[in-house]
Ligand binder design. Structure first.
Ligand code: B12
Ligand code: SF4
Length: 450
């Protein structure tokens, strides 16, 4: 049974801005699971290629799959529906399955479209294999209705999390045009850089985040040896020099993080990497071990410099702890990225100013001031919707507006903060230390012109 997995083109115009073009790891995992069970699979990454829908339709007719799986985030919701329609126009008997963050949080918004046959809620690997197997059999209806994480008609089955992640194969990167992706990242001084996802689930309950809804509240990881096997495979197959560990809280399981770093050193693996984590999940000993194992940069979601706003975000993390983590990283020679959000419901201009002051105090290597967008699945999203604290809704993502601020004000504040931070002497000194005078001067000129 031939199966085609598709990412949709990004929306033509989005108030949320567009991020980089990285390999769609989720679809690659789904593809690998299907291949393991002998299914014939192709991936068409139209988020990367951005072909118009008529061309997508031609592509679908040409490949003649019996199942099309589409990945969907809230941002690409409309594109997903458009693509599902194109599938049914090209091949009316082809089954359309959607999965990814948005269908997992809001399956009803997908199933109201008759072009969509099935929704997969949560992790896709087990559900898609069960579904594809069932669809090849005579008694498919009974079998499909039993699949955990499947939704269609009146059926809404709860997902089943994969207990032992090592059981799932490496993502099927061989089905992707690997050379066409953005294989550079400002936080690493090597290239090509590729992505890996090694952790699923999070026990924290930050009000703006919906990760739990997709991955559950228990943190699951691949074993350190399995991660090493994938890194070595990447180096051998794709000449990978840097790894961007996408996803949340790399150091959440400190023991495994130590083991992984130990194995990188023991096997003399020459790789540089960047990861995300929380400021309360690092220690000097761990940072030292990470640095020795090739970690160049850590991305911290700091979010705010205002204690009441941190309280509101339910981050359960003090500013003191964050300052300590940044200081430790400096001392151990690991670069830092501090990411902040502006425009949290309840935030005042004073709170935003506190964020800016805190950013200066942390003095990270890179600083991002992002305008908060309320995403389905999170506690804060529900509050924004219930209280009507938004002035624009695009693909279910809400642009927040309160008595204190609107989007235009936030844009001004964001530009001012970003520009002041980039031009600050402390930052320039940091860039000189990091990149050398010539490169820093070049960057300095571009920063001042910013
Ligand atoms: C890395 C990342 C990015 C990268 C790369 C994205 C990419 N090409 O994959 C970049 C930086 C480009 C990015 C951009 C954006 N991102 Co992002 N991103 C992530 C992050 C941290 C990891 C994604 C990942 O690789 N996960 C690992 C893989 C294995 O998981 P997965 O893709 O979800 O796939 C699994 C299941 O969802 C399911 N599945 C997925 N697709 C399908 C399809 C079928 C048919 C089936 C059966 C199953 C299935 O099975 C997969 C395997 O189990 C997640 C958070 C997270 N922890 O997941 C946020 C996340 C996906 N991003 C998010 C957002 C909001 C964005 C942006 C809108 C941000 C912005 N303002 O620009 C853009 C939109 C990009 C887009 N195409 O939609 C939200 C999505 C929320 C939502 N409601 O949709 C998330 C959940 C983060 C968050 N908590 O807010 N992102
Ligand atoms: S923001 Fe990070 S720590 Fe907080 S709930 Fe989401 S994944 Fe967990």
């Amino acid at each position: 049974m031939p199966i085609l997995l598709i990412t949709t083109a990004p929306p033509a115009k989005s108030p949320w801005g567009m991020a980089g073009r990285l390999p769609p790891l989720g679809l690659a995992y789904v593809a690998a699971a299907l291949e393991k069970y002998g299914f014939e699979v192709e991936i068409f990454d139209n988020y990367l290629l951005e072909r118009p829908i008529e061309e997508v339709k031609t592509e679908i007719s040409k490949r003649a799959p019996e199942i099309v799986g589409i990945t969907c985030s809230s941002l690409t919701y409309e594109r997903c529906i458009e693509t599902a329609k194109a599938v049914k126009e090209a091949l009316p008997s082809c089954k359309v399955v959607v999965g990814g963050p948005h269908p997992s949080y809001m399956p009803e918004t997908m199933l109201q479209h008759t072009e969509i046959d099935y929704v997969v809620i949560g992790e896709g690997e087990q559900a898609i294999v069960k579904l594809a197997k069932a669809l090849t059999r005579e008694q498919k209806d009974n079998e499909v209705a039993q699949i955990p994480g499947i939704a269609y008609g009146e059926i809404r089955n709860a997902p089943e999390f994969i207990a032992k992640l090592d059981k799932i194969p490496f993502p099927a990167r061989h089905l992707l045009p690997m050379k066409m992706y953005d294989r550079r990242i400002p936080y690493l001084n090597v290239e090509p850089v590729d992505t890996m996802s090694i952790i699923r689930g999070c026990p924290y309950s930050c009000a703006y985040c919906e990760t739990k809804e997709l991955w559950g509240n228990t943190c699951r990881t691949f074993t350190p040896q399995r991660i090493i096997d994938e890194i070595e495979y990447m180096i051998k197959t794709y000449s990978t020099k840097g790894i961007y560990f996408v996803g949340d809280n790399f150091t959440i399981n400190k023991k495994k993080a130590f083991q992984l770093c130990g194995l990188i050193k023991k096997n003399k693996i020459d790789i540089k990497w960047v990861c995300d984590t929380r400021a309360d999940l690092v220690s000097r000993a761990l940072l030292r071990e990470m640095k020795n194992a090739g970690c160049q940069t850590i991305f911290f979601g700091v979010e705010s410099g205002s204690p009441p706003i941190m309280e509101k975000l339910n981050k359960n993390l003090s500013l003191q702890k964050i300052s300590e983590a940044f200081e430790l990283c400096k001392q151990e020679g690991i670069q830092t990225v501090a990411s902040f959000m502006l425009g949290i419901p309840g935030e005042t201009m004073d709170d935003m100013q506190a964020t800016f002051e805190f950013a200066k105090q942390l003095n990270p290597d890179w600083c991002q001031f992002n305008i908060y967008v309320a995403c389905p699945g999170s506690k804060l999203y529900n509050e924004v919707i219930q209280k009507g604290l938004y002035d624009q809704m695009d693909n279910f993502l809400a642009r927040v507006k309160t008595a204190e601020f609107d989007y235009d004000m936030l844009l001004k504040v964001q530009r001012q903060f970003q520009s002041s931070f980039n031009k600050s002497p402390a930052r320039l000194i940091r860039v000189i230390k990091r990149d050398g005078v010539v490169s820093a001067l070049k960057k300095g000129v571009s920063l001042f012109l910013h």
